[in-house]
Design a protein around this ligand. Structure first.
Ligand code: M6R
Length: 615
């Protein structure tokens, strides 16, 4: 969580930093701050609230001149979101200034020791402890800033991506990383630092991604020097060419990133499967998997670890794998898995799913699984992310940047990859024939067009949203492949509209939730024709008899449910195991429109952040 950005070079730093922070706001938006060096002094401005609030404050409060600066957008961990706890933080002398993404776990003991040595603290943050620790090391050891940062970080337990500079040495920024992402953009006589490449994409397409336990001194007129924090070993930086383009990270005429990303799904799904199969020949080729096919075909069990929406995609994967690949699957919340003593061994395959590739709990679950000897396969969207690097092998989803906090295209593209894996394993194990494989692949190939068709219901969904925007609660029901879609639909509604929503397997309703049903309760039911249809129809009747309001997602041409439900939303026909790729579309639109009508901040819902790099 938290976004960090830094600049050193020949242009004015302020506009670069503000724009960069706006692009990183998806990472946290409790408060924001900026520190600029104007040639003699550091000018610092920070505030509770968003980057727009910072901009108004900074422009009235400080000189925004200077070509060296750092900025931060915060998701609060230590200390409530207020002006004082916002970053950047000064050291006691006022010479050093720092921004930090992560958590210093042993900050209390470090703080006590610093207080004994006469340091005072103004905020409740762990970050202010770190900057003073660096200052103390610099003083007592009489070393340069880079060395002081290194010594200080060797005393720290926790996670960080930091940028720090000293006003007495304004030709360098010192950066370091452990557990939180950090990229250095390399321009002509200028450098950019950021949590991801989006703040500097229009200035350079060359970047260095730091690995964990690495630090760098970014000095004007010099090459970037990388070192290992622990043993001081020199690392030769790998400069990567960025694939991202500016259109991908802008709203492109849509009111919100979430809506743009919902509409991008036909392309995102196509980009995800492009080049990975030949439907006519029944061939699947997945570079990340082909070399490890045996691991999958021999696996006694597949364990999926993930959080949030990615966990829901994993649950869909469980149904698909068990159906097509005939391998037992367990889907685990990464946060629970990592603290149990799970029984896993070399015969298990662990699939870690994460859009951001930075989720702390998922990363920890991967580490544990590797320690226990399991083969770990990653499904990530962000190229080069920590999870992509921590796994033995993997497949990217190619959804393009997902900026709205509510995951949409990540979900459908993760299911696309899971379906391809299941089909490949199923065919290799002889559970599905070439002919069947061909049929499934043809269905998959047709999904983007069918998603487009499902999106045509937007105006109708908007009308339904208007009817239920004031509800206090909402139930989502589904069965089989679409039970996880019910969970995902409920998550989407609660996270962006703040309406309490629960997802249930439809048949579980009579074991408790049915007590909630009255004329005030909207119930979204997914009733695809092949998915235990008659049983779901009975469930719908049960709701109707208790005066619940029914919004049903059905397949085109459905008559039976149409007669009972208050509203129906149609999706095109496909094979049952792929229906989640379609049934989820109206549910995404429904939560989007309800949130807009309730005047909620759709892309940046309260208390949340896009990538959860704290446990
Ligand atoms: O980046 P990840 O896929 O690992 O993120 C996992 C969850 O934090 C994420 O899916 C979260 O639940 C979304 N806000 C849901 O829309």
């Amino acid at each position: 969580m938290c976004g960090i950005v830094g600049y050193i070079g020949h242009r004015e730093a302020y506009p670069v930093l503000i724009k960069g922070l706006q692009r990183l706001e998806y990472r946290g938006y409790d408060s924001a701050g900026i520190a600029l060096y104007d040639g003699s002094e550091i000018n610092l401005s920070k505030t509770k609230g968003k980057v727009a609030d910072l901009k108004s404050k900074a422009e009235g409060e400080i000189s925004v001149q200077g070509s060296l600066g750092i900025g931060h957008t915060r998701w609060a961990t230590h200390g409530v979101p207020n002006d004082v706890n916002s970053h950047p933080h000064y050291s006691n002398s006022g010479d050093l200034v720092i921004i930090h993404n992560g958590i210093i776990e042993n900050y209390e003991s470090l703080k006590k020791a610093l207080i004994k040595r006469g340091y005072t603290f103004h905020s409740d943050t762990d970050t202010e402890v770190l900057v003073n620790l660096i200052e103390e090391v610099q003083k007592t050891e009489n070393v340069k800033l880079g060395k002081a940062v290194q010594i200080a970080l060797n005393q720290v337990v926790g996670a960080y991506a930091i940028v720090v500079f000293n006003k007495k040495k304004p030709d360098e920024l010192v950066v370091a990383k452990l557990g939180s992402p950090l990229a250095i953009g390399i321009g002509e006589e200028e450098f950019f630092i950021a949590s991801d490449a989006s703040p500097f994409i229009e200035f350079t397409s060359n970047a260095i991604y730091l690995d964990d336990e690495e630090m760098a001194i970014v000095r004007l007129g010099k090459e970037v020097k990388l070192r290992k924090i622990k043993d001081d070993a020199i690392i030769y930086p790998k400069v990567q060419e960025l694939q991202m383009n500016i259109e991908e990270i802008e709203k492109g005429g849509y009111d919100h990133f979430m809506l743009k990303e919902i509409y991008e799904q036909p392309k995102a799904i196509k980009d995800t499967y492009r080049g990975r199969f030949l439907a006519n020949e029944g061939i699947i080729k997945m570079a990340g998997m082909d070399d490890y096919l045996e691991k999958f075909t021999q696996a006694e069990r597949i364990i999926v670890v993930a959080c949030g929406t990615s966990w829901h995609a994993g649950l869909v994967g469980e149904y698909i794998f068990e159906d097509l690949a005939r391998v037992p699957v367990e889907v685990e919340y990464a946060s629970e898995f990592r603290y149990r003593n799970p029984i896993i061994n070399e015969k298990d395959v662990v699939i870690a799913i994460s859009q951001s590739g930075e989720t702390a709990d998922t990363l920890a679950a991967i580490k544990l699984a590797k320690e226990k000897g399991a083969f770990v396969f990653g499904i990530c969207n962000v190229v080069g992310s920590s999870i992509a690097r921590a796994t033995h092998a993997g497949a990217y989803t190619h959804a393009g940047p997902e900026i709205g906090v509510a995951s949409t295209k990540a979900f459908t593209t993760q299911i696309t990859v899971l379906a391809l894996l299941a089909l490949k394993i199923g065919e290799s194990k002889g559970n599905i024939s070439k002919v069947e494989l061909h049929q499934y692949l043809s269905e998959l190939e047709a999904i983007p067009t069918k998603v487009e068709k499902a999106l045509e219901a937007n105006e109708h969904v908007k009308y339904i949203a208007g009817e239920y925007k004031d509800a206090s609660n909402c139930l989502y029901l589904g069965r089989g492949f679409n039970f996880p879609v019910a969970l995902e639909g409920a998550l989407k509604l609660k996270e962006i509209s703040y309406i309490h929503a629960e997802g249930y397997p439809a048949a579980e309703m009579k074991h408790g939730p049915i007590a909630l049903i009255d004329e005030q309760m909207p119930v979204v039911v997914i009733a695809t024709r092949k998915g235990h249809y008659e049983k779901v129809v009975s469930n719908i009747q049960e709701i109707k008899s208790r005066k619940g309001k029914i919004i049903a997602v059905v397949m085109e041409g459905d008559k039976q449910v149409k007669d009972i439900a208050d509203h129906v939303l149609e999706i095109p026909e496909t094979v049952e195991c792929l229906t989640p790729l379609l049934t989820t579309i109206p549910l995404q639109l429904l939560s989007y429109h309800i949130a807009v009508m309730r005047d909620c901040n759709v892309d940046q819902p309260r208390n949340l952040a896009k990538s959860v790099t704290v446990e």
